[in-house]
Write a protein that binds this ligand. Structure first.
Ligand code: ME8
Length: 509
């Protein structure tokens, strides 16, 4: 039986256009999904749109449209972006999908029946932009939301509460006392800010707006965004539906590696309320929640509500999907905030994709064509042991990092190998070997490079998806099925005669 991997991104609000921040989380998920595919896992990747709530209701009204008409275009634009970015998702869930709405109603009824939900009254300050009731730490001195910088509404209404207070010990021990939330330092953050001071019961329905899923027991209440939104991760798989094959396969089975990704502002929902909802439903927990930092623009969070966003489509149109996927994977490690500016982007592209990898492939190809007419006969080659060893070690370091979802470190392993190859070329100066007619040594050098470059290209497969086939063809491996095992037993790989050359990753001036 193949191992299984289920990866999810948050479902994004269609209250504006998606920006680099959303592209960030989705690309990380896509890279990991593709990596697991390469490792022979059976994978499922879910993303989507979070369509209910006051914010969407207001936006549709401003646009003079019904919510569904307003949403249609937005959702199309999400899918369009994922197509441009080469995102290979398995499922796109909309919270307005009928199966989802019906399942949320069922989930609400189960939790009510089990006594985990009760009716009461709520009074508090609500941030429409974040769709969240705020506590004192989240409000600035002008009574505005610290995250979205928008005005708050005083809300006083009847509501149903989830009895999160029952789960204090479960949270401290089983969830935040385990390896579930990564990076590890976020566990203490959650414990100290939200759990230890006392878990407050969570309001899960609203009555002052109607754009939501009405509950069967009392239809003037609509399920407030988070119970609706978080449950998407299981409704998308068919939980409580006639066809629950994917749920059985990718959630219920304890062996499945379930990875959820979310930005740091919603870690609280994913590491506290979501585990509680699952526990209350008697369901297993995800293996890991990877909470990542923010992409900043001039030191503040890039966000729709602040309007300081970069449109990923512009970047892709100018530089291609791979350039953006690379920047996201390499330059924005998940454990801290990162920056996105045109200057940084171009600098990184030139240094790593154009000067390192692109240049390495093209200069090696030129030498294979010039000195060996496109084909190096590998009989009697004496490979450079040091470079070959570094190649083998790179595969191991890369897989160890990818297995821990450390994409940036894994890419660094590959870039280091690329730099080592470029240095090797300078040191060996094959053009001098040719001049001296030392063809034996020339062949050793070029064959060593060809082998090592095949590792570089293969390890970049989950990231550089648009150029992968082209790169593989350029290094003479078009008809080979590469695997990690094959690269570790590298003598099994044979190369074909090189064909036409196309420039990969041309330097941007
Ligand atoms: O919160 N840097 O949706 P949302 C990094 N619907 N990541 C960013 C980012 C930035 N500047 N801006 C956005 C919601 N993101 C809810 C989620 S899930 C059950 C419900 C990414 O449209 C990041 O993943 O506000 C963040 O958590 C998410 O988009 C927020 O998207």
């Amino acid at each position: 039986m193949p191992k299984k991997f289920y990866v999810t991104t948050p479902i994004y609000y269609p209250s504006g256009n998606l920006h680099i921040g959303h592209a960030y989380t989705t690309t990380l998920a896509d890279i990991l999904k593709r990596y697991k595919d390469m490792q022979g896992y059976e994978t499922y990747f879910s993303t989507g749109s979070d369509e209910h709530g006051q914010k969407i209701e207001q936006k549709a009204k401003e646009a003079g449209l019904s919510p569904m008409d307003y949403l249609a275009d937005k959702v199309e634009s999400f899918k369009e972006l994922w197509k441009h970015l080469k995102i290979d998702y398995t499922k796109f869930i909309r919270t307005t999908d009928k199966y989802h709405e019906e399942t949320v109603q069922k989930i609400f009824s189960i939790l009510l029946e089990k006594g985990f939900i009760y009716q009461g009254n709520y009074e508090g300050l609500y941030c429409v932009s974040c769709e969240e009731f705020l506590n004192a730490d989240q409000i600035d001195e002008n009574n505005m939301c610290k995250i979205s910088n928008t005005k708050l509404e005083l809300v006083k209404e009847e509501t149903y509460f989830l009895k999160t207070s029952l789960f204090q010990e479960f949270m401290e021990k089983d969830v935040l006392g385990s390896e579930f939330l990564i990076p590890a330092y976020r566990r203490n953050e959650m414990l100290n800010s939200f759990v230890k001071p006392e878990l407050k019961d969570l309001s899960v329905t609203r009555t002052s707006f109607s754009w939501g899923i009405p509950i069967k027991e009392n239809p003037k209440h609509v399920v407030y965004v988070w119970l609706d939104a978080l449950t998407n991760y299981i409704t998308a798989l068919g939980y409580l539906q006639d066809d629950h094959t994917n749920f059985d396969k990718f959630w219920a089975d304890e062996e499945v590696e379930i990875l959820q990704l979310a930005g740091k502002e919603i870690i609280r929902f994913h590491s506290i309320y979501w585990p509680i909802i699952l526990k209350a439903l008697d369901l297993r927990q995800p293996t890991h929640l990877l909470g990542h930092g923010w992409i900043l623009s001039k030191d503040t969070k890039m966000s729709k509500s602040l309007g300081n966003v970069v449109d990923p489509i512009d970047i892709i149109n100018q530089h291609g999907a791979d350039a953006l996927r690379f920047y996201i994977g390499y330059e924005l490690p998940t454990e801290k905030d990162g920056n996105f500016t045109d200057e940084l982007f171009i600098e990184s592209f030139n240094a790593h994709l154009a000067n390192n990898i692109g240049n390495l492939i093209s200069r090696t190809n030129q030498m294979i064509t010039k000195y060996f007419e496109g084909y190096v006969n590998l009989e009697d080659v004496e490979y450079d042991q040091e470079l070959i060893k570094q190649g083998q070690e790179t595969i191991k370091a890369y897989t160890a990092n990818m297995d821990e979802y450390k994409i940036s470190d894994a890419i660094r392993n590959v870039l280091d190998l690329g730099n080592a190859c470029n240095k090797y070329i300078e040191e060996k100066a094959p053009w001098n070997l040719a001049k001296e007619e030392n063809f034996e040594e020339l062949k050793n050098v070029i064959a060593t490079l060809q082998r090592t470059i095949s590792i570089i290209v293969f390890l970049m497969k989950p990231i550089l998806v648009e150029n992968y086939d082209n790169m593989i063809e350029q290094i003479g491996l078009k008809n080979q099925k590469l695997t990690f095992e094959k690269l570790l037993n590298w003598k099994e790989i044979s190369f074909e005669k090189l064909g036409d050359k196309k420039i990969i990753f041309k330097r941007v001036n």
